[in-house]
Structure formats: C-alpha cells, structure tokens
Ligand binder design. Structure first.
Ligand SMILES: *Cc1c(COP(=O)(O)O)cnc(C)c1O
Length: 351
C-alpha cells in the first residue's frame, strides 16, 4: 500500500463501494428502474429520466485537460466543498485525527473537520507581514495525528497569494507526514500559477479547483479534486454515485467549450481592471483605513468603522461580507468585485 493510503482511514481503504448500474450507453437501459419516457418538461440533452453517468467521462476528461492533468488525477464533485468533505471523511478518524488550518481562511475546512469529529489546529497567518504563512509554526503544529494541512492560495478572505517558496517548503517538509491540500479557488484571478503540474512528483499534494468563481457556475455546484490516482480512487469510493445531476454535467460541459473559455477569459480581465479601479477608489475614501492587495475577485478592506461602512453599502442596495468575526479582522469587510455599475454604486455609497 502506498504511503498516502496508509494515512487514510483503514475502513475506507477496505470499503467495498456501492455498485451502481453498469454504464453502457449503447444498450437500452432496463436495469435501473427508470421510467422509459422523459418528463414532458424535460429540456435536458440526454433526458432526466435516466440516472446521470457517475464521474461523467466527458466532464472528467474536459477538466483534466483544462487543468493540465490526467483524467485519473481528477474527481469531480459538488463544488470544492464536497472535495473538502470527502477528504476529511477519508483521512480523519473521529476523535483522534486532526487538520491544520491557517486563519483567517475559508471556513469549510474547520466545519468539515468538526462534522467528522476531527481536531482543528490553527496556525494564524502573520497579518503584520501581509498575511504570510508562518512556515516554522505551521511545521511545528503538525503532529503524528495530522492528516490534512490546508493552504488556501489565493486566500479567502485576505485576498493575497501565499509565497510559492513558502508553500514549497511546506510540501517538502511534509512529504512523508501529511497531505497538503492547496485550495486554488481563485487562481484564475492570480498572478501565480497552479501547482497542478507537481502532482506526479508529490504524492502528498492535493489541489482543489472550482467552477464557482472564474467560470461563473456557482449555482451549478461543480468542483474538482486533483490528486494522485490512489487518492482519487479512494475518494471515488465514498462520493455518492450520482453526485452531479445531469443538468449540472451539461451546464459544465457547455461552459467549458473553447468559445466559452474565451468569454470567461475576457470577463476575468474586466474583473481585474475593476479590482484595480475599485481598490484605488476605496483607498481615497475617508472611511477606509486600508485596502489589502488582492489576487482574487474580491477586496479585503479595513475601515475605521466597518459597521458604518456595511450600513452605507446596504443603503446603496449592496450586501458585502462582514468578516469582523474572523481572526485579526476586527474592522474589515470583504467586498466582491462586481460589474462597473455595481462598483460605481459602492464607491458612491461610501463617498
Ligand atoms: C468560494 C470558495 C470555494 C468554492 O467552493 P465551491 O464549493 O466549489 O463553490 C472553495 N474554496 C474557497 C477558499 C472559496 O472561497
């Protein structure tokens, strides 16, 4: 057994997965107790009367080519959230195993761990130096029970990318100790490149990607785990067989054809320009103490009085994210970059 599988829960490694109905589109399906007719309202391409193909070959192949990896290195699920949930359940024994997070960061890592009964160890990012990783403290926090170490880059809600050299140090140091899960939800908006090309060289590397942000499909719920074939094989055993609906599979495939990728590329450029413009405008506001540099499609903004700013935005008909409850963000709001008109409204509202 490979070393990474020795870190997984033994009962999951030994699990015999549910055997879904065989998938052979060339045969008429009389084996899954489906109705032979579509619902009259069904406008899907292949018909919602049929169960969807588990781990849709077309979608997995498309995502593999988009991310520059092999199909056997891809698990497609209901957003990165499902990837986080599956990793936690596959690797963390309730009551004994732990994860390490670097707050302030995405909340789902800790929530998934708590649902599973796993421990959560926190190693804060260093705010004074621009929310950088404290590599020494992080490595010191990893123990024999640590299974997953989450690095979110670019990070939500601080908007910065982690220093690639620091991430490399963590990957190297933990090569024989734990999985390092790099959440690249915002990588399309960042200057830094994805680490997906390192999967073959690093068996302990796991990457999370999503179609929710740059591809505009948050409502469809599609994300991918990229990892070694061993890890992907393990996660395929525990993901519900029909996790993605047929509608979702069709929506994702339609959004990933070359012509659509050109459009999403253009939209990313608009967001990057607007990010710059919004950041400069907020910087001029007397309400603002600091606009943090952003490698994402949002800005972390520190106000003199965040409650007041939140209320002014609300009066302009805009809801922004109150992140004041998060570690070290006592007077901050997280503001998504919108259309030029929406950003104008925010700027006017806070003027
Ligand atoms: C938005 C976001 C995701 C995406 O989650 P989905 O379940 O794919 O929608 C993942 N990670 C981070 C850090 C995010 O901010």
């Amino acid at each position: 057994m490979s070393q990474v599988l020795s870190w997984a829960r033994p009962e999951i490694v030994a699990l015999k997965p549910y055997e879904h109905a065989a998938w052979d589109p060339s045969l008429v399906r009389l084996h899954a107790n489906e109705l032979p007719w579509r619902a009259p309202t069904d406008s899907s391409r292949v018909g919602l009367n049929r169960y969807p193909e588990p781990q849709s070959h077309a979608l997995v192949t498309r995502l593999a080519s988009l991310y520059g990896v092999r199909a056997e290195q891809v698990l497609v699920g209901r957003g990165s959230d499902e990837g986080i949930d599956l990793l936690t359940r596959a690797f963390c024994r309730a009551g004994s195993d732990t994860i390490v997070i670097c707050p302030p960061t995405f909340g789902m890592y800790a929530v998934a761990a708590r649902i599973q009964g796993a421990g959560v160890s926190s190693v804060p990012l260093v705010a004074e130096r621009g929310f950088v990783l404290d590599v020494e403290a992080l490595l010191a926090a990893v123990t024999a029970t640590t299974r997953l170490v989450y690095l979110c880059t670019p990070n939500n809600p601080t908007a910065n990318s982690l220093d690639p050299a620091a991430v490399t140090r963590v990957l190297d140091a933990l090569a024989d100790r734990a999985l390092v899960v790099i959440d690249e939800a915002y990588i399309e908006f960042a200057r830094a490149a994805s680490r997906a090309q390192e999967l073959d060289a690093r068996p302990n590397l796991v990457i999370l990607r999503t179609l929710s942000k740059a591809h505009g499909l948050a409502g469809a719920r599609v994300g991918a785990v990229l990892a070694s074939p061993e890890i992907i094989g393990l996660l395929r055993k525990i993901i519900p067989p029909y996790a993605l609906t047929q509608l979702t599979i069709e929506a994702a495939l339609a959004a990933l054809v070359p012509a659509q990728l050109v459009i999403s590329g253009e939209r990313i450029q608009i967001i990057l320009r607007e990010r710059q413009r919004l950041s400069a405008a907020l910087d001029q506001s007397r309400l603002v103490r600091k606009v943090w540099p952003s490698d994402t499609n949002f800005l972390l903004v520190e106000f003199h009085d965040a409650a007041e700013a939140f209320e002014l935005a609300r009066r302009a008909g805009l809801i922004v994210r109150d992140v004041r409850g998060q570690l070290g963000l006592a007077n901050a709001l997280r503001i998504t970059v919108g259309t030029p008109e929406q950003n104008d409204r925010l700027i006017a509202g806070l003027a």
